[in-house]
Structure formats: structure tokens, C-alpha cells
Design a protein around this ligand. Structure first.
Ligand code: NAD
Length: 357
């Protein structure tokens, strides 16, 4: 049994789906269902006895502790977070609450659980913290990519809150000896990505005839990784990572935002049966985001050297799959856009909660 936090979000739901496609080990999926959590991502697991969804907040240490005592997971994989940089600029408070205080509460519950395990289970236990390359700050055009020893220099409230959580996780290993692992990954894309982030926003806006906003000059460079490659990397680190270590995860796919949008327009022009002209005509430049980092690039050689992980997708293959997924899943998109996906808690949870716990 593994305990996953944030498993109804973009990466967490992909991770849970991939995990249960490859293993019979059950998952307790603990998620607050903020605007970013969507149980429809997990529709394929609705009747699957290996998946137990529990509605809850990582800040509620007593709730987490009771679940850990009941289910006795051998590992915690921690995705739950506020994750959108723009939201962190306008409303940073929620980022401190969940990413910093929430991670602290989770660590405390995990420490109590881990301390009480018998010897062999105690040393086999893992707390895997999923984090971002944004903690390292920004790079100049000729700087070497971030390594695991790059100094932290977070520039947004989001990245600062993730940096704080990384430091807390590190301290639980150094102070208490808890078997932690931390992964710092570059920008993900793929199925179930909430359409406030660049790639799904461009796909959904393009098809809705809306503007495709480009911040500033569009020359901000990001490394892109297809989400199932991230999930595979997390599984590899969980299985074989050295405790207390940090592993960078990246796709060796540096792209300027403008180039990503142009590529999306061109692929949509080819694949979208509704398209007759060119989606490039909808591109519109808007004011840059305050404090916008110029470039992120990740050196993932440690992960490759120690655990043999390499991304299976290139940007070109991953982005085509992603566009096709959005074309094939219009019902998922319209459910998100209408807000219907958020009715699930009222419609289902009151009935399911006693059985779920
Ligand atoms: P997301 O915003 O799509 O999902 C976050 C999930 O966490 C949602 O299901 C939400 O309901 C849940 N959640 C939020 N607050 C919670 C709380 N207090 N208690 C319980 N659940 C809560 O995020 P994502 O893009 O899937 O990112 C997952 C993790 O990966 C985050 O920690 C993020 O920092 C990290 N990360 C993301 C990327 C990326 O490109 N998206 C890259 C590197 C690392």
C-alpha cells in the first residue's frame, strides 16, 4: 500500500493511473479537491478495489495520522500543492498554507508513523517529495543546466513555498533519519492538465476561437517533460533512490514559450477536424508576468547514471499525443470549463465517505 497526496491533480492522477496499470499494490489517494483536483481524471478506477480515494487536507495532521495508522503504507508520495505561479503572485497565502504548513503537517504525521514501524519496515519506508526545478531560480542563456547542487534561488511565491518544503523534507532526513527522497522536475505536459497552464490553455483557447496569450516576448525558455516520463522517474526513485538524496528530472527539451505555442498551432492545424485556417492567427502578446524567470534547464544525469531512467518521449512525440488527447476528450475539457467537475463532492462524497474510510 502506498499513500499518495494530491492524486486527483494533473501529475498525481497520471501517477496513480500509471501505478495501478503496472502494479497491484493498492493506493490510498488523499486529496483536498481544490479547483485543481478532478476526480474525473480517475474515472477509470471508479470500481477498482485497489484505489481508495479519501477527501482531506494535508494540513489536517490528525486525519492523515489516522489514515496512516489504518492503512500502514510502506511509502508516501507527496504531490499535493498549490502549483500555479500566476495564482501565487495574486494570492500567495494558500501557497504558504498548503506547500509549507501542509508539508510540515504531513511530515509530522509521517514521522510518527515511521517511528512506530518495526525494524525492517522502518528501514524500507520512504517519503518521496515531488518538487520543481523552479526552486533553483533562473538561468542566463549560456548557463549550465541546474544540477542537484545548484544553489536555491526561488523567485516566485510558488517556487519559494516549494523551496521551503524541500528544506523541511531535507531536515527530516538529517535530523530524524527519516528515509526521504526529493525529486525536482521541469515543466510537465500531457493528459488531464488543467487548462490554466500554457499547453492546455493554448489547445483549449485555440479551439474555442479565443486569443492565445504570450507573456512578454515569448522567449522564456522551459524544459518540457511528458507527464508519464515524470511518473516513471518517480517510480524509479521510489524503488531505487538513495535515501536523503535529491534527483533532478528533466526531458532535455528546452523550448521558448513562443516556439511551444507555434508548434501547438501547427499540430492543431493538422489534427483538429474543425480547423480550416491557421491557429497562429489567434496569437496575442500580453504584458509579461512580474518577476518572470527567463530560463530553466535541468541536468538529469544523476537519475540516468544511478537508476537508468531516460525519458521515453521526445517533445515532438509527447506534444502530438497531448494534442490528440485533448481532441479525443472534449467531454473532460467541457466539464472543467463549465465547473461541473467540482460538483462531485456534493454529489458523491457524503454518500461514499463512511465506506471509503
Ligand atoms: P495540480 O495543481 O494539478 O494538483 C495539485 C493537487 O493537490 C490537486 O488535486 C489538489 O486538489 C491537491 N491539493 C491542493 N492542496 C491540497 C491540500 N491542502 N491537501 C490535499 N490535497 C491538496 O498540480 P500538479 O501540476 O499535478 O503538480 C503536482 C506536484 O508536482 C506539485 O507538488 C508541484 O509542485 C510538482 N511539480 C509540478 C510540475 C508541473 O509542471 N506541473 C513540475 C514539477 C513539479
Amino acid at each position: 500500500m502506498i499513500f499518495v497526496t494530491g492524486g486527483a491533480g494533473f501529475i498525481g492522477s497520471n501517477f496513480v493511473l500509471d501505478w495501478l496499470a503496472q502494479s497491484d499494490e493498492p493506493v490510498v489517494n488523499f486529496d483536498k479537491l481544490t479547483y485543481a483536483g478532478n476526480v474525473n481524471n480517475l474515472a477509470a478506477l471508479r470500481e477498482d478495489p485497489r484505489h481508495l480515494f479519501v477527501l482531506g487536507d494535508i494540513c489536517d495532521g490528525a486525519h492523515v495520522a489516522s489514515l496512516l495508522a489504518l492503512h500502514k503504507p510502506r511509502a508516501i508520495v507527496h504531490f499535493a500543492a498549490e502549483s500555479h505561479v500566476d495564482r501565487s503572485i495574486h494570492s500567495p497565502g494558500a501557497f504558504i498554507t498548503t506547500n509549507v504548513n501542509g508539508t510540515f503537517s504531513l511530515l509530522e504525521a509521517a514521522r510518527a508513523h515511521w517511528s512506530g514501524l518495526p525494524g525492517a519496515e522502518k528501514s524500507a519506508f520512504r517519503f518521496l517529495h515531488v518538487s520543481t526545478d523552479e526552486v533553483y531560480g533562473t538561468l542566463g542563456p549560456h548557463d549550465a543546466p541546474f544540477t542537484e547542487t545548484t544553489t536555491y534561488a526561488p523567485n516566485s511565491p510558488y517556487s519559494a513555498s516549494k523551496a521551503a518544503s524541500d528544506h523541511l523534507v531535507r531536515s527530516y532526513h538529517h535530523t530524524y533519519g527519516m528515509p526521504t527522497l526529493t525529486t525536482n522536475c521541469s515543466n510537465n505536459y500531457g493528459p488531464y492538465h488543467f487548462p490554466e497552464k500554457l499547453i492546455p490553455l493554448v489547445i483549449t483557447n485555440a479551439r474555442a476561437g479565443k486569443a492565445l496569450p504570450i507573456y512578454g516576448d515569448g522567449q522564456q525558455v522551459r524544459d518540457w517533460l511528458y507527464v508519464s516520463d515524470h511518473c516513471a522517474a518517480i517510480r524509479a526513485v521510489l524503488a531505487g533512490g538513495r535515501v536523503g538524496q535529491v534527483y533532478n528530472i528533466g526531458g532535455w527539451n528546452e523550448k521558448a514559450n513562443l516556439d511551444v505555442v507555434l508548434a501547438l498551432c501547427d499540430i492543431l492545424d493538422q489534427l483538429d477536424p474543425k480547423q480550416t485556417g491557421s491557429y497562429r492567427a489567434q496569437i496575442s502578446y500580453v504584458d509579461d508576468r512580474p518577476g518572470h524567470d527567463r530560463r530553466y534547464a535541468v541536468d538529469a544525469r544523476k537519475l540516468e547514471r544511478e537508476l537508468g531512467w531516460r525519458p521515453a518521449e521526445t517533445f515532438e512525440t509527447g506534444i502530438r499525443k497531448t494534442v490528440q488527447w485533448y481532441l479525443d476528450n472534449e467531454a473532460w475539457v467541457s466539464d472543467v470549463q463549465s465547473g461541473n467537475y467540482q460538483n462531485w463532492v456534493e454529489q458523491n462524497y457524503a454518500r461514499r465517505k463512511p465506506a471509503a474510510e
